[in-house]
Ligand binder design. Sequence first.
Ligand code: EZ4
Ligand code: CO
Length: 402
Amino acid sequence: MKITNAYVNITSPGRNFVTLKVETDEGIYGLGDGTLNGRELAVASYLTEHVIPCLLGRDPFQTEDIWQYLYRGAYWRRGPVTMAAIAAVDVALWDIKGKALNTPVYNLLGGKSREGVMVYGHANGKDIEQALDDVARHTEMGFKAVRVQSGFAGLASTYGVAKGAGRYEPAERGLPTENEWSSELYLRHVPKLFRRVREAFGEDLHLLHDCHHRLTPIEAGRLGKELEPFRLFWMEDPTPAELQEGFRVIREHTTTPIAVGEVFNSVWDCHDLIRNQWIDYLRMTLVHGGGFTHIKKTADFAALYHVRTGFHGATDLSPVTMAAALHFDLAIHNFGIQELMPHSVETDAVFPHNYTFKDGLMHPGDAPGLGVDLDETLAAKYPYQRAYLPINRKLDGTLTDW
Ligand code: EZ4
Ligand code: CO
């Protein structure tokens, strides 16, 4: 089998998605996601100008060799743009393999290790009462695990909370909006939020929380300690992770499990975090972490240190990544949990898919390959629109991590 053609599709059914379609001489094609929130066209150009010409004529079954060719062969390694582009190729090739062998991709990754994939939803509200209502809504939908975020007095808006009545969607069209931030107010608020949630929903519901890179290590240690009575499933991205040894400080102060890494793109971003057992869950996922070929190696390395996966699954990861992640989650031994932020109706229509949700678990379906498609006619109705994530300033105006 040979790769005969490949091209990038950019569509914006509510938000931007970059999809690579790889075609072969046997009529089978594969899809890969290359979406990098707020930097979409950089990956599209990387693929079109620098990657696709190198793919033509190659055997799509050679995923290892092609991965190494694109990684080592570029000379310039790692980074979100490069790794998202490599991931788009890698995932598309695994889709082709599955279709060619007439089997779902999970069978190529070890086969089923579980009946379904536990997912967590996002409950949020402008204040604690609204957040409690939203947790109730999620439990009624069947979720066994819920991430809880709420606004608090002193800040006009914050990360993780929907602005109006609609769904929470962090990227906004146009230039970046500005949020404001106060760690002092936040640290006072979060233990109150989780005391109420635990009281209202009892012991069984898994509770998660995302600090979204905003604390210093010692602040995160304090928060983790104060949250221990409420037994969180995890505390996510407590501090920016360029300084991996910062997590040692957190670990010294709390037994609240730590998840990190939705912005990672290589095992080298988490090598120290894993081998020192400073984290419990790894969030680097397929699209930003080099596809199946690299994520499998990273997850196997993490397994040696009791670290489980907890893949990023926000709306900026397209349904192609959602499908790919569910195949991976179903197959590997050290799966932990999968994030689910449902896509808009428009996005789901552009990417028809076989994955399903029932009783808090998802399943990738049993169609050959990934079981996800791209309706290019419909996609063409939603042209790219510039969109960015917000930026964040402290109350005195200092720019800080969002
Ligand atoms: O803000 O995906 O845990 N989920 C998250 C996400 C991120 C967006 C950024 O692209 O933190 O909602
Ligand atoms: Co997050």
